[in-house]
Write a protein of this length. Structure first.
Length: 206
Protein backbone atom coordinates (compact mmCIF):
# COMPACT_ATOMS: atom_id res chain seq x y z
CA UNK A 1 0.00 0.00 0.00
CA UNK A 2 1.15 3.53 -0.74
CA UNK A 3 1.98 5.68 2.25
CA UNK A 4 2.41 9.43 2.35
CA UNK A 5 4.40 11.17 5.07
CA UNK A 6 3.36 14.80 5.31
CA UNK A 7 1.76 17.69 7.14
CA UNK A 8 -1.27 19.67 5.86
CA UNK A 9 0.29 23.07 6.59
CA UNK A 10 2.88 22.24 3.91
CA UNK A 11 1.87 23.13 0.37
CA UNK A 12 4.14 20.37 -0.91
CA UNK A 13 2.45 17.79 1.27
CA UNK A 14 -0.95 18.96 0.12
CA UNK A 15 0.04 18.69 -3.55
CA UNK A 16 1.13 15.08 -3.08
CA UNK A 17 -1.94 14.28 -0.96
CA UNK A 18 -4.31 15.83 -3.51
CA UNK A 19 -2.78 13.80 -6.34
CA UNK A 20 -2.83 10.62 -4.30
CA UNK A 21 -6.51 11.06 -3.47
CA UNK A 22 -7.32 11.71 -7.13
CA UNK A 23 -5.75 8.41 -8.21
CA UNK A 24 -8.19 6.48 -6.03
CA UNK A 25 -5.38 4.20 -4.90
CA UNK A 26 -5.50 2.68 -1.42
CA UNK A 27 -3.05 4.54 0.80
CA UNK A 28 -2.32 5.70 4.30
CA UNK A 29 -1.28 9.13 5.53
CA UNK A 30 1.37 9.48 8.22
CA UNK A 31 1.35 12.88 9.89
CA UNK A 32 4.86 14.24 10.41
CA UNK A 33 4.58 16.75 13.25
CA UNK A 34 6.63 19.71 12.06
CA UNK A 35 5.86 21.68 15.21
CA UNK A 36 7.63 19.15 17.44
CA UNK A 37 10.54 18.60 15.06
CA UNK A 38 9.56 15.10 14.02
CA UNK A 39 10.95 15.82 10.55
CA UNK A 40 14.42 16.21 12.05
CA UNK A 41 14.49 12.86 13.83
CA UNK A 42 16.91 10.21 12.54
CA UNK A 43 14.18 7.85 11.36
CA UNK A 44 12.66 10.55 9.17
CA UNK A 45 16.01 11.86 7.94
CA UNK A 46 16.77 8.32 6.81
CA UNK A 47 13.90 8.72 4.32
CA UNK A 48 14.62 12.31 3.37
CA UNK A 49 17.97 13.77 4.48
CA UNK A 50 16.68 17.29 3.77
CA UNK A 51 14.18 16.87 6.60
CA UNK A 52 11.30 18.13 4.49
CA UNK A 53 7.83 16.80 3.78
CA UNK A 54 6.41 15.01 1.91
CA UNK A 55 7.82 11.55 1.29
CA UNK A 56 5.93 8.90 -0.66
CA UNK A 57 6.56 5.28 0.25
CA UNK A 58 5.74 2.57 -2.25
CA UNK A 59 6.89 -0.72 -0.81
CA UNK A 60 10.64 -0.38 -0.28
CA UNK A 61 10.79 2.68 -2.52
CA UNK A 62 10.81 6.08 -0.82
CA UNK A 63 10.48 9.28 -2.84
CA UNK A 64 10.78 12.86 -1.53
CA UNK A 65 10.06 16.09 -3.46
CA UNK A 66 6.47 16.86 -4.32
CA UNK A 67 7.09 17.44 -8.02
CA UNK A 68 8.68 14.02 -8.37
CA UNK A 69 5.83 12.47 -6.37
CA UNK A 70 3.21 14.08 -8.63
CA UNK A 71 4.92 12.70 -11.70
CA UNK A 72 5.38 9.25 -10.16
CA UNK A 73 1.75 9.01 -9.14
CA UNK A 74 0.56 10.22 -12.52
CA UNK A 75 2.73 7.81 -14.48
CA UNK A 76 2.28 4.70 -12.37
CA UNK A 77 -1.04 5.07 -10.55
CA UNK A 78 -3.08 7.70 -12.33
CA UNK A 79 -4.42 5.45 -15.10
CA UNK A 80 -4.79 8.55 -17.25
CA UNK A 81 -6.58 10.50 -14.52
CA UNK A 82 -3.99 13.13 -13.53
CA UNK A 83 -1.42 12.95 -16.34
CA UNK A 84 -2.32 13.07 -20.04
CA UNK A 85 -1.18 10.28 -22.32
CA UNK A 86 -0.54 12.63 -25.24
CA UNK A 87 3.15 13.56 -25.25
CA UNK A 88 2.57 17.21 -26.09
CA UNK A 89 -0.03 17.61 -23.36
CA UNK A 90 2.41 15.99 -20.94
CA UNK A 91 4.97 18.57 -21.97
CA UNK A 92 2.44 21.31 -21.21
CA UNK A 93 1.84 19.77 -17.80
CA UNK A 94 5.59 19.89 -17.14
CA UNK A 95 5.65 23.50 -18.31
CA UNK A 96 3.10 24.43 -15.65
CA UNK A 97 4.83 22.36 -12.98
CA UNK A 98 8.11 24.15 -13.62
CA UNK A 99 6.33 27.51 -13.72
CA UNK A 100 4.67 26.83 -10.38
CA UNK A 101 7.92 25.74 -8.78
CA UNK A 102 10.22 28.43 -10.15
CA UNK A 103 8.09 31.49 -10.84
CA UNK A 104 4.66 31.36 -9.22
CA UNK A 105 5.37 29.38 -6.08
CA UNK A 106 7.97 31.66 -4.47
CA UNK A 107 5.85 34.75 -5.13
CA UNK A 108 2.60 33.24 -3.91
CA UNK A 109 4.27 31.76 -0.84
CA UNK A 110 5.58 35.08 0.48
CA UNK A 111 2.35 36.52 1.98
CA UNK A 112 1.74 33.26 3.82
CA UNK A 113 5.34 33.11 4.99
CA UNK A 114 5.21 36.64 6.42
CA UNK A 115 2.09 35.85 8.43
CA UNK A 116 3.19 32.36 9.46
CA UNK A 117 6.60 33.45 10.72
CA UNK A 118 5.02 36.29 12.70
CA UNK A 119 2.65 33.83 14.37
CA UNK A 120 5.51 31.45 15.15
CA UNK A 121 7.39 34.32 16.83
CA UNK A 122 4.31 35.54 18.66
CA UNK A 123 4.49 38.94 16.99
CA UNK A 124 2.20 40.92 14.69
CA UNK A 125 3.08 40.64 11.02
CA UNK A 126 4.64 43.56 9.18
CA UNK A 127 1.49 44.83 7.47
CA UNK A 128 3.33 46.92 4.88
CA UNK A 129 5.51 43.98 3.87
CA UNK A 130 2.46 41.74 3.75
CA UNK A 131 0.49 44.08 1.49
CA UNK A 132 3.50 44.52 -0.78
CA UNK A 133 3.82 40.75 -1.06
CA UNK A 134 0.10 40.43 -1.84
CA UNK A 135 0.35 43.02 -4.61
CA UNK A 136 3.34 41.19 -6.08
CA UNK A 137 1.03 38.22 -6.66
CA UNK A 138 -1.10 40.10 -9.18
CA UNK A 139 1.17 39.61 -12.24
CA UNK A 140 1.25 35.88 -11.49
CA UNK A 141 -2.52 35.75 -11.30
CA UNK A 142 -2.90 37.83 -14.46
CA UNK A 143 -0.67 35.40 -16.35
CA UNK A 144 -2.72 32.50 -15.03
CA UNK A 145 -5.99 34.28 -15.76
CA UNK A 146 -4.99 34.81 -19.39
CA UNK A 147 -4.00 31.15 -19.73
CA UNK A 148 -7.34 29.96 -18.33
CA UNK A 149 -9.52 32.03 -20.65
CA UNK A 150 -12.16 29.72 -22.09
CA UNK A 151 -10.72 26.70 -20.31
CA UNK A 152 -11.80 24.51 -17.42
CA UNK A 153 -8.32 23.10 -16.75
CA UNK A 154 -4.78 24.20 -17.46
CA UNK A 155 -4.05 21.34 -19.85
CA UNK A 156 -6.57 19.35 -21.86
CA UNK A 157 -10.10 18.54 -20.76
CA UNK A 158 -9.43 16.93 -17.39
CA UNK A 159 -7.71 17.79 -14.15
CA UNK A 160 -3.96 17.15 -14.16
CA UNK A 161 -1.08 17.47 -11.75
CA UNK A 162 -0.56 20.95 -13.22
CA UNK A 163 -3.90 22.08 -11.76
CA UNK A 164 -3.08 20.33 -8.50
CA UNK A 165 0.24 22.14 -8.04
CA UNK A 166 -1.08 25.61 -8.87
CA UNK A 167 -4.31 25.23 -6.90
CA UNK A 168 -2.47 24.40 -3.69
CA UNK A 169 -0.39 27.57 -4.06
CA UNK A 170 -3.63 29.53 -4.16
CA UNK A 171 -5.02 27.65 -1.19
CA UNK A 172 -1.90 28.64 0.76
CA UNK A 173 -2.74 32.28 0.12
CA UNK A 174 -6.30 31.72 1.24
CA UNK A 175 -4.96 30.61 4.60
CA UNK A 176 -3.92 34.24 5.22
CA UNK A 177 -7.04 35.82 3.73
CA UNK A 178 -5.88 36.49 0.15
CA UNK A 179 -8.44 35.75 -2.58
CA UNK A 180 -8.37 35.57 -6.38
CA UNK A 181 -11.86 37.03 -6.80
CA UNK A 182 -10.74 39.89 -9.06
CA UNK A 183 -9.36 37.44 -11.62
CA UNK A 184 -12.52 35.93 -13.09
CA UNK A 185 -10.97 32.99 -14.94
CA UNK A 186 -8.74 32.00 -12.03
CA UNK A 187 -11.62 32.39 -9.61
CA UNK A 188 -13.93 30.16 -11.66
CA UNK A 189 -11.23 27.52 -12.16
CA UNK A 190 -10.27 27.54 -8.48
CA UNK A 191 -13.87 27.23 -7.33
CA UNK A 192 -14.18 24.16 -9.52
CA UNK A 193 -11.07 22.67 -7.95
CA UNK A 194 -12.45 23.46 -4.51
CA UNK A 195 -15.50 21.28 -5.14
CA UNK A 196 -13.41 18.16 -5.62
CA UNK A 197 -13.46 15.69 -2.73
CA UNK A 198 -9.76 14.97 -3.17
CA UNK A 199 -8.90 18.65 -2.72
CA UNK A 200 -11.06 18.94 0.39
CA UNK A 201 -9.15 16.10 2.02
CA UNK A 202 -5.88 18.03 1.81
CA UNK A 203 -7.05 20.89 4.00
CA UNK A 204 -5.66 21.28 7.52
CA UNK A 205 -8.17 20.53 10.29
CA UNK A 206 -10.03 23.57 11.56
Amino acid sequence: MLKLFGHPVSIHSRKAHFALEETGQAHSYQLVNLMTGEHRKPEYLAMNPSGKVPVLQDGDFQLPESGAILRYLGEHYGNGKILPEDKQERARVDQWLFWQASEAGPVLMKPFYIQFMARMQGQPADEAAFQQAVQACDPVFQYLDNALAGKKYLVGNTLSIADIAVAESIYQLGMVGVTVSKFANVDSWYKGIGERDAFKKTRPPA
